[in-house]
Design a protein around this ligand. Sequence first.
Ligand SMILES: NC(=O)c1ccc[n+]([C@@H]2O[C@H](COP(=O)([O-])OP(=O)(O)OC[C@H]3O[C@@H](n4cnc5c(N)ncnc54)[C@H](O)[C@@H]3O)[C@@H](O)[C@H]2O)c1
Length: 394
Amino acid sequence: MANGEAVRVGVVGIGQRAVIARHVAESGLPATVVAAADPTDGGRARARELFGDVTVVETHTELIERRLVDAAIVTAPDWTHAEIAVDLLRAGIAVYLEKPLAITLEDADAVLTAAHEAGTPLYIGHNFRHSGVVRALHDVVARGEIGEVKAVWCRHFVGNGGDYYFKDWHADRGKVNSLLLQKASHDLDVIHLLAGGYTRRVAGMGRLAVYGGITDRGGNEGRLMQDWFSFANWPPAAQTGLNEVVDVEDVSMVMMTLDNGVLASYEQCHFTPDYWRNYTVIGDKGRAENFGDTGGGVVKVWNRRRTWATDGDVEYPISGVEEGHADADLITMTEFLRYVIDGETPTLSPVAAREAVATGALATQSLRNGSIPLDVPPLPAAVRDHFPAPAGTR
Ligand SMILES: NC(=O)c1ccc[n+]([C@@H]2O[C@H](COP(=O)([O-])OP(=O)(O)OC[C@H]3O[C@@H](n4cnc5c(N)ncnc54)[C@H](O)[C@@H]3O)[C@@H](O)[C@H]2O)c1
């Protein structure tokens, strides 16, 4: 945007997540939300509540045809991401696309290819990379405090899983592929970051262990997660109002071999009482682990030989908000707008987002086919090279 005018931003999909578009104003950069698109009456009403007097339409194609926007924030559900992003990119509209980039590897590659061919800015909202816990773990690795990383293990306790993922479209394979792809795309991305490599071989294992047996279904049409969320919904088998289709796994595990020889594993469970993720990063000179994953938590580093100790040899407080990720969201939105306005290379790369989808998609394929190991095909070099590698990453 060289003409000095404010970037006209549209928001596509006005549900739970559309609130991140408010960070456009908070960024202090010359950009304004001017339009919103949602196919439902409820979504369009929320657009007016959230953004005030903006142009509200039903589809992203209307934003394109009426030339209403220069950039779009796509917070529509996962299965719509690829089609919406490709249309916008081909029309020359810069795209902030929520994670996951797409629900299949083929669609993920199609989005990156469209950005490459059209030369339009594409940014994927992997906000978790900007969270305090990930920064603290990454800083430990970057300072060499645990030597060269050899293994990364992540256990993901999705205590809010019943409310977050089993009462709407998230529970339907046709709409998300799997929660290993949907939810884990953050962690697969962070495993790649901490390990300094990308997964090339995966094997998965998982099942629908708890929520599949619940027969109380339906009733959430037109409602959003905030309308039914409650800590009182416990134990998990007592949940009511599940999505009509529930065929995604609620417990799953993945083993990964990365291109630099690092071995990684990821475990996700949607019926734990607590909600957080725990990383262990093991190098050839020490081990780092987080306790708590928001402000108030701690990253501990052990780098002296011993039996066991709950205290680390060094401990780093985790910075940031104590709940949610509003701080990280402001950083991602600011990065996206700087990319659009000044051409500044963001620290998050669509290539990394593609590798998270590739790993999640093939891990899912593996777990649904007898846990056979599968090789992750590389992104075509011409497409990969189109996206500048952010400083210090790949
Ligand atoms: N990065 C994060 O931390 C984070 C957190 C939450 C959600 N998300 C992502 O945000 C996206 C939206 O999630 P949500 O929880 O807001 O979902 P939601 O169901 O609350 O809202 C989705 C909205 O999109 C609308 N919609 C459906 N089809 C559409 C289409 N073709 N075009 C335009 N709008 C359409 C729906 O009517 C609804 O209003 C998902 O991809 C999710 O993975 C990311």
